[in-house]
Design a binder for this molecule. Sequence first.
Ligand code: GLY
Length: 579
Amino acid sequence: MIFFKSPVSNTSSSLIRIATAAFYAVVSLSAQADEQAKHPRAAKATTHMVSAAHPLAAEAGLAILESGGSAMDAAVAVQAMLTLVEPESSGIGGGAFLLYWDGEDKQLTTYDGRETAPASANNEYFYRDGKPLSWPAARTGGLSVGVPGTVKLLETAHQQHGRLNWARLFIPTINVARDGFTINDKLARSISRAADSGLRDFDQTRQYFFAEDGTPKTAGTRLVNQDLADTLTLIAAHGADGFYNGTIAESIVEAVTNAANPGQLTTKDLADYEVKERDPVCFDYRDFSVCGMGPPTSGGLTMGQMLGILNQFDLSTGPSVANWHHYIEAAKLAYADRALYMADADFVDMPAGLLNTGYLRDRASLIDPDVATQQASAGTPPWDEVRLQSPDTQTEKPGTSHFVIADKYGNRLSMTTTIESGFGSRVMTRGFLLNNELTDFSFKHENDGKPIANRVEGGKRPRSSMSPTIVFKNEKPYLLTGSPGGSRIINYVTQSVIAVLDWQMDLQDAADMGHIVNRNGTTDLEAGTEAEELDAELKALGHETNIRELNSGLHMILIENNTLYGAADPRRAGVALGR
Ligand code: GLY
């Protein structure tokens, strides 16, 4: 049995003075030389490890672990660095979910730092002239910005699990922001792709990501971010209070309300922001216990449904067409329930029986081994209160990051962090981008008079797909996993679990594996991978397929026989580092 910490109320932040001693040891990578030679992104270690989406972020986390920090200390440093060097994906202007296993107390705590709608928002927040806005029209500008949660989440979890001084954890990023870092291929590609979808439309964003002649900055260009260095210096000195109150909060509100397509955030919305400790979503799969994040993300529950359905079948024969067929059908069934039932449970009632074993057995019996369903309907899980609801078809876009950390004290951490789509709302203030997380709500609030669970409401958190996961074996953390990828995240992370537990794949091979994704419609097969080769056989079973690029970002650590194995997704720029 896994032990969970009961949610407790948050304590207010204390003022913390920034450490004056310079701190930043760039970790020599020589210790990883052997593993790097075998695979440039993988690592094997005995004491501690970080796997994150940018080498500078992994190095910042590793340096903290090397100086005696906990996984939580390292997470603060990793997130600060990601804000700077992977600004298109996550940052202090966004939100996150965190799973933390305390190696001493043997307890799992899950933290919800999801962005929140302004208190004044109502069901028709994304309506104009009586009709819902188009997605791009809603995304760009201040309207889509929710109250950021990441800084408060980091502070809350750090107060409970940190060992090092908070201020010290920002020094690596402050130094790199002042000195500059080099734009990598991924960031350059992202700037170029977003150039004509609003990225040029906001002064600070344009000045930062574009050259004076208006062309997107390219790989190899040095980027200095003094504004972010100043913002992080304030947060380092004053904690989350320095972000949610005072000049930074005022700058956020000003940027949101003065932007084209203005939003309604107020300084009170920021000052009122709360991180919530939630009950983890845990379920059995084979001989393992899989734990994930509960609502407002649909990640843990939808993964639980997929794996609960697949638990009825033997997949151990490997990634065969028959096993992928069962996988795809399970995904359709689970995504159908997700669309109808899942949203912020503080605002909508959800069926208690979404992970009920009997219910999932019944759902599994709907799978025909020889014929694909075109689209699954939601089921009727055990639920004592019947409400008529309508499915939500909103999909989240893939601008997100995931990292995992293991420290020498036995603490284990899995965190998915986002500003929603690449470059979020496009609005930048004080050196960081603001999220567009409110577009994760359903813009429509009802269909034919039936309310949509994920409709906008004041103070509500938009439904997410983020799926930070810890798999336990014999009650000990065994696999830390998670990924970006919008509403495909659930598929990517579930596949990583199946690849490791059922197919016993090497961890890096599991990260490299070609993806097959279904969200209750067409099946995506990842172009240029072994997944593409299954096209004809899946079509023969009746699957409608689409071969396309898929952009996961799995970062994983596996712990076995006192050894840490790390992997990083080749589709992003990340690396696993350990000692
Ligand atoms: N914005 C991505 C997610 O929350 O799933």
